[in-house]
Design a binder for this molecule. Structure first.
Ligand code: SF4
Length: 156
């Protein structure tokens, strides 16, 4: 029997209330796609793995470091969250990842610019960068067509 596809997914995208505000980013179209391909889900939240509380102040990346909105440098926590998420990929042998766009941990194409003004720039979150360095493919929930193509490839 063919092995089930295993995908690492940001927990907030599946409806877990782990984001900084205490809410979630449930993306029903993503859930439907994962069900269609009978995917084995590995849920992660790098910021939770790092021991950051829920709710917590929003944080953004500026000049390679992460700051919470009160100006505290929380780069170490984000590095820790990235490392622990990678350990989960390794342990669970996930095929690829789908992480929340624009997050300072999970963003894969865009992040906020560090000014806490809502401005978005090109860039990656700390966890995505770590996974990419380890040759793990990371998609965002905004690329469902690409994700489906990749799932089709893996299902062959
Ligand atoms: Fe979602 Fe990632 Fe932020 Fe956790 S760290 S709340 S999984 S975007």
């Amino acid at each position: 029997m063919k092995k089930k596809i295993k995908v690492l997914i940001s927990a907030c995208l599946l409806g877990d209330n782990v984001k900084y505000s205490g809410g979630n980013n449930l993306t029903p179209e993503l859930v439907t796609l994962l069900e269609k391909y009978n995917v084995n889900i590995v849920k992660v939240c790098p910021e939770c793995f790092a021991g950051l509380p829920i709710p917590r102040l929003p944080s953004e990346i500026k000049e390679g470091k992460v700051y919470s909105k009160d100006g505290r440098d929380i780069t170490e926590e984000f590095l820790d969250g990235a490392e622990k998420t990678y350990e989960v990929v390794e342990r669970k042998q996930a095929d690829f990842a789908i992480l929340k766009e624009r997050s300072p941990s999970c963003g894969s194409s865009y992040i906020y610019d560090g000014s806490f003004s809502g401005k978005v720039i090109e860039g990656q979150g700390f966890t995505t960068r770590k996974l990419n360095e380890e040759n793990i493919i990371v998609f965002s929930e905004e690329n469902l067509e690409e994700i489906e193509k990749y799932l089709q490839e893996l299902s062959k």
